[in-house]
Design a protein around this ligand. Structure first.
Ligand code: HEC
Length: 281
């Protein structure tokens, strides 16, 4: 099998240059077009909606394994657990559904949202913990277990719905978007890689045994069940792994940087279907 090394391909990064100008003023609509054009031109054989399947959109062999595994998806029992948790009232009698539009069913594609009250980006995970705290319950850990089960269930109820991220006309929303974009293109860690070094310049290439996912639609499958984790992980858990992979320092779950980069990447995925929860090797 052909295994190109990252270092070798990084030299071919010229093609990604137009995407790497994070320092220029933010124009989300122009960014969106450049981002989409880059991926569709580079991978003309990949159907637009298939990018949301991450590594499977890039590699035939992996895709076959996935199809086999997905006949009995390992996340099934987690979705069931999430569904039950979601329906179980808090001590005060209210439920998660009371905190969300449409009782929380089929709304995952609307997150992250910009919140005008706090001036911050609210991801689905943060919204769930805010809901708990507003109802007198302790927040969950942001990386796995209960939080992963709840978000897996909510993603499941949104399967196939197009990502629908709004950047309202508020300078703070644009600032959050711009910070997310900068975080994505900033190099860090001992390897001095940005998120883009792997997910824009090298999708489809191998890093050790893994096939890199394209940045287009990269949030749509979250949360994911990974065999290497032996369980389900949230967006924060995935980003912490990605930070560690370059010898960088992982940030606490749902840090502002993580929320902003999720906002940026989800906006780039607008119109592409929610595919979560996902299964990954
Ligand atoms: C050294 C390369 C590398 C860097 C840099 C990197 N990642 Fe990753 N990332 C991976 C690998 C490997 C995986 C697992 C295989 C895959 O899905 O790409 C992954 C997976 C992901 C996934 C899940 C994709 C899916 O479909 O399962 C997301 C989301 C993600 N990375 C976001 C980021 C963000 C945001 C950054 C910057 C903070 C980043 N990554 C930096 C290597 C990297």
């Amino acid at each position: 099998m052909l295994r190109k090394t990252l270092i070798a391909v990084a030299i071919l990064a010229g093609a990604a240059q137009p995407l790497l100008a994070a320092e220029t003023a933010s124009d989300p609509k122009a960014d969106f077009k450049a981002f989409r054009d880059y991926f569709t031109n580079r991978f003309p054989k990949v159907a637009l909606d298939d990018f949301v399947n991450g590594p499977y959109s890039m590699d035939e062999g992996l895709r076959k394994q996935w199809k086999a595994i997905d006949e009995f998806p390992p996340y099934d029992f987690v979705v069931d657990k999430g569904k039950q948790m979601f329906a179980t009232p808090f001590k005060n009698g209210k439920t998660y559904g009371d905190c969300f539009a449409n009782k929380g069913i089929g709304v995952r594609q609307d997150y992250p949202k910009f919140d005008a009250k706090t001036g911050q980006v609210i991801t689905l995970d943060v919204a769930l913990n805010q809901c708990r705290e507003a109802n007198g319950e302790k927040p969950f850990d942001y990386s796995k277990d209960d939080m992963a089960a709840l978000t897996a269930y909510m993603a499941f109820t949104s399967r196939g719905k197009p990502m629908n991220i709004a950047i309202p006309n508020d300078p703070r929303a644009l600032a959050a978007y711009t910070k997310g974009k900068e975080y994505f293109y900033t190099r860090r860690g001992q390897l001095n890689f940005s998120c883009a070094s792997c997910h824009v310049q090298n999708p489809g290439n191998h890093i050790r045994t893994e096939v890199l996912a394209p940045a287009l639609g990269i949030m749509n499958a979250m949360p994911i069940y990974r065999s290497t984790w032996g369980g389900m992980g949230t967006v924060s858990r995935r980003l912490q792994s990605c930070n560690s992979q370059v010898g960088g320092v992982p940030l606490p779950g749902e840090s502002e940087e993580y929320r902003d980069v999720e906002y940026y990447l989800s906006y780039m995925a607008n119109g592409l279907p929610i595919s979560g929860p996902g299964t990954r090797p």
